[in-house]
Ligand binder design. Sequence first.
Ligand SMILES: Nc1ncnc2c1ncn2[C@@H]1O[C@H](COP(=O)(O)OP(=O)(O)OP(=O)(O)O)[C@@H](O)[C@H]1O
Length: 330
Amino acid sequence: MADDILDISGLSVDFRTPGGTLHALRDVNLSVKRGSVLGIVGESGCGKSTLINTVIGLLPSNARVAGGEVRFDGRDMLKMTPGQLQDLRGQRMTAVFQDPMTALNPVLTIGQQMVAIQYRSGASTREKRRRAAEYLAKVRIPDPEPRLGQYPHQFSGGMRQRICIAMALLAEPDLMIADEPTTALDATLELEVIALLKDLQREVGCAVLFISHHLGAIAQLCDDVAIMYAGEVVERGTVREIFHDARHPYTRALLTCDPGRIREATRRLPTIPGSIPDLRRLPEGCIFRPRCPERFERCAEHPGDRRITETQFAACHKALDLAPLERIEA
Ligand SMILES: Nc1ncnc2c1ncn2[C@@H]1O[C@H](COP(=O)(O)OP(=O)(O)OP(=O)(O)O)[C@@H](O)[C@H]1O
């Protein structure tokens, strides 16, 4: 059995666009250990959705996987047939998205939807309803039995997202992909949902790939973190390494823009001067060079992954030389 439930290596994805080929992901290396939570952080346009769509096998028609492998439990998903992918999705790999209303059908009751997604189970409808109520209780929906008969609009926004989480966990997946699941919620509800996700992830034992702009949420929920910038993973490590000893200037810029508030309220990523380069005309060398306060001549060469520890990597020529950042509690 593979140690990593998801192992992405050397993944590159291009889009055909009227202005030329856009290199949305380049040589991405990431892995999610069984039963652990990997957080992915990055500015808008860094390639988070492209990464997820590649993993769930739903890239748009103008996309092309230019290289690499995406292994789920040791098997390369990029070589699977549509039928094999379909078997994985919704069972061993499930997903929760930002807007619960896109996942829930407004004209069916929650109970009907939760029974329907157990279509592969040989259990009776009665047993499926019992499990549905059990999972609603797990996400702390009070009085779950009668609420199975209600429609999505009869629940609050926070409850709807918790119902989506219950539905994603009902299959007892090996991996749950959570794509900005708390971005649409207010700060208090967000904290509640993050705490709930953490409890349930432990209870069900599944791994989670958690995408968020919110550094505080990442620090609270994740075991490991990957920082993406303009289609590359520029740094990855344990949550402790990233929040206490970041080695890439981009990660450090994100963390130092607002260190005191990271734990509490930084719901959007801080702004760093400059903008992401045009991915159709990539700069030579390090992708962050045009915005980097640490740049020097060698940055005209791509740095590749520098190993900092067993678990931490940073794509920067200076990764081993930068002085430690002021301590940030994660
Ligand atoms: N269907 C598409 N056709 C052409 N280019 C695309 C397409 N989808 C995404 N891109 C481009 O690929 C790059 C990565 O986009 P992606 O949506 O994966 O980023 P993201 O990090 O998910 O951003 P956001 O947080 O705004 O959703 C961007 O430059 C984007 O413009």
